[in-house]
Structure formats: C-alpha cells, structure tokens
Design a protein around this ligand. Structure first.
Ligand SMILES: Cc1cc2nc3c(=O)[nH]c(=O)nc-3n(C[C@H](O)[C@H](O)[C@H](O)COP(=O)(O)OP(=O)(O)OC[C@H]3O[C@@H](n4cnc5c(N)ncnc54)[C@H](O)[C@@H]3O)c2cc1C
Length: 512
C-alpha cells in the first residue's frame, strides 16, 4: 500500500496561484507553509496510519455510546494538544486566529489522510463561526474556548427521516417550558452524533419553534450539549454504509433535551447557513483530497508494475502505456485544477470584496471538486486493474469514502439547480457578472478559454429567457464548472515554469 504523503508543495503552489499579485491583507505565505509543514508531519505519522484499520474495524454502538476504532482517541488527543482544533478561533478564546486559506490547506491534508476522522473533527471551525456571528457573549465564552481546545466537538443536526434535501419538512420540535427551550424529535445521519474522542459534544440543531406548517420560516437554531442532556439525547443506531466506516453516522433521539436558542427565533436556516457554507467549501476540499490521494496511489503503482512491452520490445511499466498516461494526466489535472478553484474561491472569501461572487462560486466548487474526487478515484481503480478493485492498495476505499461527497452538504443536483437559477438572478445577476469578470482576470484573454467564455455567456442569456430552467440546469452548471476549471488551469500555468504544467494545460484546454 502507498503510505499517505501530504501534497504540501502542490497546495502551496496552488495557494500562490490563487492569491495572485493582490494578496489579501494578513496573508503570510511563509507562515502558511510553516503551519502546513508541521501539520503534514503530524498527520502522516499519527492520523494517516489509522485510515485503513479504522475502515476495517468501523465504529461500534454499546450501552455507553459510540466507540471509535482503536487508536482514534489517542490521535485526537494529540491533535487537540497541538492546538489544531483552534486553528481559526480568535486568540482571545485560545485559538490561533488563522484565516480560511490556512484552514483550507490543513483541512485538505486532514481529509486526504483520514476522511472519517476529519469529518468528526471538522465541523468545529463552522460551529465557531456560527457562535461568533449569532451566539450571545455568554454562549461564545462558554463554547468557543472548549471547541478550540478540543474539549468539545460539534455536530450539525438537520436531517430527519422525512426531511433530507427539503428542510421545510423538519418536524423536530422546539418549545419553551419554565426551564427554557426543549428539543423533541428524531434526527438521522448525524456525523459524529456520538463518539468517545472528546469530553463533550455541542449539537447545533435545526428545529421547529413555529407552527407545524410554518415551512423554513418556522425553523430556529439551537445548541444542545451532551454533558447537559443526561438521557435526553440518545443514539438509537449507527448506520452501516459504503464508506467512511470510521465516522459514526448516528440516529439521535431528542426527548425534551435542554437547549439554547442561537440567533433570533425563525432565523434558524440563516444561522445554519454560516455552518453549511463553511461545510460546503470543506466538502469541496474533501473532493480535492480524494482526487490527489487516488492520483498518488495510481501514479506510484503505475511506475512500478511491469506489464506488456514498449514499441522497441523492452518490458514496459504500466505508466509507459499511452492510455494509462492519459488517465494519470486526467487525475493530476483534476486534482490541481479543482484545488485551485477552491483556493480562488477562498481568496475571494477572505478578501470579502465580492460576496455575490463567493455565493456563485461555492456551489460550482462543491459540484466540480466532489465529482473530481470520485472521478479520480474511479480512474485510480482502472489504472490498478484488479488490484484497484480489491482492497489491498486502498484506492477502492478512496472511491467508497469519496462517493458521499456528491450527496451530503446538498446533493450536487440541487447545487446545479442553484447555479442556473439563484446564481444567475440574485442581485440582478451580480454574482454571475463577477464570475465572468473573474474568468477574464484569471486568463488574460487566453484564446481557448475566451471561446468557452463566449459560449457560456450565450448559454447564460438563453437560460435567463426561460421561466423554468431546471431541465438545463445540469448542463449549464457543468459548462460553468468547466469554464472555471480551465481558467484556474491558465492561472496555474501563469505562475509556473514547469513544462509538465504547460503540457497538462494543453490537455485541459482540449477537453471541451
Ligand atoms: C455519511 C453521511 C453523513 C451525513 N452527515 C450528516 C450530518 O452530519 N448532518 C445532517 O444533518 N445530515 C447528514 N447527512 C445527511 C445528508 O445531508 C442527506 O443524506 C442529504 O441531504 C440528502 O438527503 P436524503 O438522503 O434524504 O436524500 P433525498 O433528499 O431523498 O434526495 C435523494 C436524491 O434526489 C435528488 N434530489 C432531491 N431533492 C432534489 C431537488 N430539490 N433538486 C434536485 N435533485 C434533488 C438528489 O439527487 C438526491 O441525491 C449525512 C448523510 C450521510 C450518508
């Protein structure tokens, strides 16, 4: 098996390309490299080695709650002692106060090393942002230091048996009694709904405080904690699933669990979006991590396995065959390009000059990066042949773990619909106009991309004429993704003098 090796150089190369000549304030490339180097060393030795045994052992549910696979608790303790859970938290609350670009670099490496564990730990930055934005001073002072120190992990409790993609169907109730708010109902598929890594768990729960038929306007956001809930929050089951065996996917039953409101009553979805937008970019990075990991496994295998002969009759390695090289190139192009797309979006997020553009780019990244991860893992299986399909080289685990990324945090079809509807219409189409400008900024009128950009503009106008563009949403979103991907590649090439990068760019521009 190919051991996990964090793609530190590739990440720094991509960040450099995404930042471009106008760095956001407080951007310190050397400090980012330093932090990422430390994290990569830690992860390669402490966390990545648990990925395979964790997948084989899985999680277990007993009367005491969920038990994580062997070794996870010690690794988590080391992670928390290293301060990594507080990477983005303000210094005031014991954090490192790092920006979203540093957090993205760290998060990708974490997901590539062990997606299951990353999922359980990585809702914390989003929870901290939600508390800082909507929480009271008291809630912030109570929870942010505990989350930053790793004393508590957090969850995101949205899904119910009848409320998956459609959150207006949420039935979990929130009501007030003499002691305060109480939550009553059932949530399913909650990642890290219970675990034995952290002392406490902070659940962010979307529940109905309004009338049963009040739709999304009747939803409010609450915090419930494991430590204060006694028996009122119970894990009724954990799911058996295709991948992510070491991430407990829990069914939680809330029986009048004590809760606190976050933000205003009825504003639950708005508050939850702070957490969800963070999680969507994080899921994009999970896709990038899978794309890069599958590429690394396939590349090292293809260079070492001897099969067939070269034209001159000498024994050939797999990587000598043109079709295998084509697949390796596609994997590499997808991982570098998808990463750069996510980084460009994060640079815009950090600069905060064009918020409509960030709204437009977030679903584009979610769709492209997650599909890139799945596609790269699929190519990896093909490159390894029968050894890809069996478990030994782990690329099949990469595919199994990657598959969920196109489903959770909003199924990709829903994001595609959002790109073709809200994305083009909100604020008079400002996000889409700024996307158009961004493509020009990234490509400096590269001829191939200009041709695709013209086609995109034409299709955008055509879509805008339709009352209901949903039948064309997928095709339009894929065109948008492809345009951003090619533009990101032109930017990558512009900051590199590596002939390999310009060779790959040629292949990328030939795709459409
Ligand atoms: C491993 C795992 C971890 C998860 N973690 C969490 C978590 O921590 N917290 C949490 O709250 N939830 C979590 N979920 C739930 C996840 O977010 C939902 O599964 C997802 O939102 C889809 O809901 P659903 O499964 O009910 O599918 P449905 O809503 O029934 O949708 C099924 C399919 O129909 C299509 N579809 C549905 N609606 C539309 C639409 N409007 N437009 C276009 N296409 C549509 C999509 O292709 C979708 O994949 C997790 C799920 C899994 C499997």
């Amino acid at each position: 098996m190919k051991l996990y090796s964090a793609p530190v150089e590739d990440i720094l190369f991509s960040l450099n390309a995404a930042v471009g000549s106008q760095a956001p304030s407080h951007w310190d490339a050397a400090q980012c490299a330093d932090i990422l180097g430390h994290f990569a060393n830690f992860v390669e030795s402490e966390i990545a080695p648990l990925d395979e045994p964790g997948d084989e052992q899985g999680c277990a549910l007993s009367a005491d709650g969920v038990r994580m696979p062997d070794g996870f608790k010690a690794a988590y303790t080391a992670l928390a002692h290293g301060g990594w859970q507080g990477l983005t938290a303000p210094e005031l609350y014991g954090g490192m106060d790092q920006n979203a670009l540093v957090a993205a670099a760290v998060s990708e490496v974490f997901a590539g090393a062990n997606h299951s564990m990353q999922m359980v730990c990585n809702l914390v930055p989003g929870a901290i942002s939600t508390l800082l934005r909507y929480g009271t001073k008291d809630q912030q002072q109570t929870w942010v230091p505990r989350l930053a120190a790793g004393v508590a992990l957090s969850t995101m409790c949205l899904t119910e048996p009848d409320a998956g993609s459609d959150l207006s169907r949420i039935r979990t109730q929130a009501r007030v009694d003499v002691h305060g708010w109480r939550i009553h109902g059932e949530k399913i598929f909650i990642s890290g709904g219970d675990q034995d890594l952290s002392e406490d768990i902070l659940h962010l729960v979307l529940a109905r405080s309004g009338e049963p038929d009040s739709g999304v306007k009747g939803l409010s956001l609450f915090i419930c904690s494991k430590s204060e809930s006694g028996d009122s929050i119970k894990v009724s089951r954990i799911e058996r699933k295709l991948g992510l065996h070491a991430s407990p996917t829990c069914q939680l039953t809330f029986t009048d669990a004590p809760a606190q409101l976050i933000g205003d009553e009825g504003d639950g979805l708005k508050a939850m979006f702070t957490l969800m937008n963070h999680a969507r970019i994080d899921v994009s990075l999970q896709g990038v991590a899978h794309a890069a990991r599958a590429c690394d496994i396939a590349n090292s295998y293809a260079m070492q396995r001897s099969q067939g002969r070269k034209v001159d009759g000498a024994p050939a390695m797999l990587s000598d065959h043109a079709d295998v090289r084509r697949m390796l190139d596609e994997q590499r192009s997808l991982s570098l390009g998808a990463r750069c797309m996510a980084h460009i979006t994060l640079v815009e997020l950090v600069k905060n000059d064009r918020p409509a553009l960030v709204d437009f780019l977030t679903p584009v990244c979610k769709v492209f990066c997650t599909e890139a991860g799945i596609r790269s893992a699929d190519l990896g299986i093909q490159i390894l042949g029968g050894y890809g399909y069996i478990s030994e080289y782990r690329v099949s685990q990469t595919w199994r773990d990657a598959r969920i990324t196109a489903i959770y945090e909003g199924a990709n079809g829903i994001h595609e619909a959002a790109i073709a509807t809200r994305g083009l219409r909100t604020l008079g189409g400002r996000g889409a106009d700024e996307f158009d400008e961004l493509i020009t900024e990234l490509t400096s009128n590269n001829k191939s991309v200009c041709a695709l950009q013209d086609r995109w503009r034409f299709e955008r106008d055509e879509i805008m004429k339709l009352d209901d563009p949903s039948a064309h949403a997928h095709a339009f979103a894929q065109l948008t993704c492809e345009l951003f991907f090619q533009a990101a590649w032109v930017r990558l090439n512009s900051v590199s003098d590596d002939v390999e990068i310009s060779r790959l760019l040629r292949g990328v521009l030939l795709r459409a």
